[in-house]
Design a protein around this ligand. Structure first.
Ligand code: NAG
Ligand code: NAG
Ligand code: NAG
Ligand code: NAG
Ligand code: NAG
Length: 768
């Protein structure tokens, strides 16, 4: 039988030598352009005996539909299968081949900073946290895998002083490539690999090494920022042009980092992501951090959801960013119920820049301008950009639209949009302006919270303040102003608030599962940066920094990844679901004064659709009392309840599973730590079943529920007694809703308490 295969290969090889093949090749190339990358999953337990190994079998299946396509990755851990470039027709044919479970297109994912590098954040541990954290040697056993743009290993965040040798169980490596060799890794950065085959297939050419390094080297900054946020070593005297100075440290500063470079200038491609997770599982990571997304998809179609399922099944917690589509509702990434989906909140830190007008009025905005400021007392003329331009979009301060004679020596008011904010400042500066006031539009309402590393004195202000300032500048005889840089302000209240950009629910893939799961700091975050580009990410930015302040759910995700690593160190036996449950049931949704966390956009109470379980509280999470655990079987039953076909279930789970038709569970019964309740005309009485596992001392927990207008909440039983550790108890909760208008939202809360712990679940109601 082996002969057959040899013969087959021989014939293939010979065919390549026949001249007529070359005619075909030109045609092929044309077709090649219409080809796309597909992930092909095979029924690995049913490999025909004629094939010596799986790769031979995969190859033969591929050959049966295309003689030119090649398998550029084969996967073993994450899925059973491979990826290949195929035409739509070939993909259709391949689906019908025996043993093929699914053929799904690769998805392109994008990093979750709103653009290359200008958001911000913070990463100080609260003093109260430090005392209760697991010891550094325990944390040193935990490896956080970061899928991102790579790493700039020379910054101090990767200093490995004082760390124990690399854990013996670690199987990863340091992959050599452009500007990266084995000495780039150490006891902190214990793994670094890159995955570019899918990217190169997609672009149809090899990576241009003049522009980006075909190695784990980070040319963009994003991956250095996220990985140092999760697990960077403590760095004294860090800061950014005098802002946010102090000790910078990752959330799990003693944990190890392994970077998997899957994001390139052209995006992050599904076939590369699957290959990276395949390797991360093999290498032995404990947490995976992914700060990118590609929209909402059914789980069997979403490359990341499939990869995350395999990781979760191996006990790896997957933390991913919710996306930056806020404040619009219902546009979320990474909503699979086995992923920890992280939204973003603000810190109690701000970088104010005050606009003082000639009429005596002062307006607060924000900025990260770090060079010579304007005088606080000597006011200079101010002009609206549209009065200093002859262009129809003169308000936007686009390159070449400002008239230098009108701008020279003045502060210029520019509207947001069309070009990067930092670039607008450069346009003003080049035209002779001395300062800039950046105003928001309706679309970006609230976004002025996010500070940028400007090239000249700047203040970004909210829409209504911008309108007042314009009104003054446009109608006063000789309007004047100055911008006073306020430095770094701490203790800002209220904090946290939900960031304007943070993606919000409802979850349109499974409305019964609340997403995002949790929020964490994602606005104006200080962390490590690449030496390859300046803090603005613009090629003309000559500045170089080893720390940068940027924002996005990209930044909040690695906070949770790092905190999950601390929980893993403290409780190595906990499953990913248990760790997530601890983070969620101990998160807070109110300030100390009892008011609900605000949405920065509305400046009023946010809802669980915005913040999920609330804001992460790592100290409380270390001792949650009870957890809502979940296993691969639970997630598989959830897919049955989602009415997926057996092939769709197998595409996600890699296993054969027969859904129990007679005792079909509901998606409401997935053992999730929060509740989302979609009331429909026909079903305004919905019952959810949950099981709690005791991870504390024996205790009796009693339930309490909040009063919710138009909803009755019935919990059975109302007390649960746990006599020993790991004991499980089940309860049901029924929500009965009155008839309310379409898209009405309400929030509620259900808490179990033994007097010492509060195991809290937020409930989001929506009438659909
Ligand atoms: C590895 O890189 C370091 C720093 O870039 C350099 O000093 C060293 O010579 C390199 N080693 C090899 C074997 O290329
Ligand atoms: C607009 O202003 C620019 C800069 O002063 C000038 O070069 C250009 O000719 C003007 N265009 C028109 C249509 O006036
Ligand atoms: C600036 O433009 C606005 C809007 O077109 C106009 O109302 C105002 O009079 C102008 N002001 C000056 C000083 O040109
Ligand atoms: C699955 O199908 C059943 C029966 O048609 C239906 O009641 C249920 O709502 C469906 N579930 C989902 C998640 O679509
Ligand atoms: C139905 O399945 C659930 C778990 O999903 C189980 O707890 C219950 O006992 C089953 N009921 C019957 C009648 O088999």
């Amino acid at each position: 039988m082996k002969m057959e295969i040899l013969l087959f290969i021989l014939i293939q090889t010979l065919l390549l030598l026949i001249p007529s093949r070359f005619y075909v090749a030109a045609n092929d190339r044309q077709q090649q352009q219409q080809k796309g990358t597909y992930i092909i999953q095979m029924d690995s337990s049913n490999k025909p005996a004629v094939f010596e190994d799986h790769v031979n079998w995969y190859d033969s299946s591929l050959r049966s539909v295309s003689d030119s396509a090649d398998m550029f990755y084969t996967y073993t851990n994450v899925v059973h299968g491979f990826s290949a470039s195929l035409s739509d027709k070939e993909a259709e044919l391949l689906k019908k081949q025996p043993g093929v479970v699914s053929v799904i297109p690769e998805i392109r994912y994008e990093l979750h900073t709103t653009r290359t590098p200008d958001f911000l954040g913070l990463m100080e541990k609260r003093p109260s946290t430090i005392s209760v954290l697991p010891s550094p040697d325990k944390v040193g056993d935990v490896v956080i895998g970061v899928l991102d743009t790579g790493v700039w290993p020379e910054i101090r965040s990767y200093d490995d002083s004082g760390l124990d040798p690399v854990p013996r169980s670690w199987k990863g490596e340091c992959e050599v490539g452009k500007n990266f060799n084995s000495s780039s890794c150490n006891r902190k950065l214990i793994g670094a690999t890159f995955f570019s085959k899918g990217y190169e297939r997609k672009t149809g050419r090899l990576i241009n090494q003049e522009v980006e390094s075909k190695s784990p080297r980070d040319d963009q900054g994003h991956g250095t920022h996220t990985s140092s946020t999760a697990a960077g070593s403590a760095v004294a005297d860090a800061g950014f042009f005098g802002y946010a100075t102090g000790t910078a440290r990752g959330m799990a500063s003693a944990a190890r980092v392994a970077v998997y470079k899957v994001c390139w200038l052209g995006g992050c491609f599904g076939s590369d992501i699957l290959a990276a997770v395949d390797k991360a599982i093999e290498d032995g990571v404990h947490v995976l951090s992914m700060s990118f997304g590609g929209g909402s998809h059914d789980y069997y179609y979403d490359n990341v959801a499939i990869a995350a399922f395999a990781a979760t099944a191996r006990g790896i917690l997957v933390s991913a960013s919710a996306g930056n589509n806020g404040p619009h509702s219902g546009i979320l990434s990474n909503v699979a119920p086995w992923i920890t989906t992280v939204g973003a909140g603000t810190l109690d830190r701000d970088f104010p820049a005050y606009v003082k007008l000639g009429n005596g009025k002062t307006y607060k905005g924000v900025s990260l301008y770090g060079e010579k400021p304007l005088s606080d007392t000597v006011l200079v003329p101010i002009i609206s950009a549209y009065n200093a331009s002859n262009s129809t979009d003169g308000n936007l301060c686009l390159a070449g639209t400002l008239i230098p004679e009108k701008v020279a020596g003045k502060i210029v008011i520019c509207d947001r949009g069309r070009s990067q904010k930092v670039l607008k400042g450069l346009v003003v500066k080049d035209a002779g302006g001395v300062g800039m006031i950046l105003t928001s539009d309706e679309e970006s309402y609230g976004e002025e919270q996010v500070a940028y590393p400007h090239f000249l004195p700047t203040s970004s202000v909210r829409l209504e303040k911008g309108n007042e300032i314009k009104n003054y500048a446009d109608h006063e005889a000789s309007p004047t102003a100055t911008i006073i840089q306020g430095g770094t302000k701490l203790g800002v209240e209220p904090s946290p608030t939900v960031a304007a950009f943070s993606s919000r629910g409802p979850n349109l893939v499974t409305p019964e599962i609340l997403k995002p799961d949790i929020i964490a700091p994602g606005v104006n975050i200080l962390a490590g940066w690449t030496g390859a580009v300046g803090p603005s990410g613009l090629s003309l930015d000559q500045r170089r920094v080893s720390f940068n302040i940027i924002s996005g759910t990209s930044m909040s995700c690695p906070h949770v990844s790092g905190l999950a690593a601390l929980l893993k160190a403290a409780h190595p036996e906990w499953s990913p679901a248990a760790i997530r449950s601890a983070l969620m049931t101990t998160a807070y949704s109110t300030y100390k004064n009892g008011e609900t966390i605000e949405d920065v956009v509305t400046e009023s109470a946010a809802t669980p659709f915005d913040f999920g379980a609330g804001h992460v509280d790592p100290v409380a999470a270390l001792d949650p009392g009870l957890v809502y655990d979940a296993t691969v079987e639970d997630y598989t039953r959830f897919l049955c309840a989602s009415n997926y076909t057996s092939d769709q279930i197998k595409t996600v789970t890699k296993r054969d599973f027969t859904c129990n038709k007679r005792n079909k569970s509901s998606v409401r019964d997935l053992n999730y730590p929060s509740f989302s309740v979609p009331f429909e005309k026909a079903s305004r009485r919905l019952t959810y079943r949950r099981t709690l596992t005791n991870v504390g001392d024996p205790a009796t927990y009693k339930v309490s529920v909040s009063k919710v207008d138009a909803v009755k909440i019935l919990v059975k039983p109302t007390a649960l007694t746990f006599k020993q550790a790991n004991e499980k108890q089940t309860y049901t909760v029924t929500f009965v809703g009155r008839r309310l208008a379409w898209n009405t939202l309400r929030s509620g809360r259900l808490e179990w308490s033994d007097g010492k712990h509060i195991v809290g679940s937020n409930v989001a109601f929506r009438w659909t």
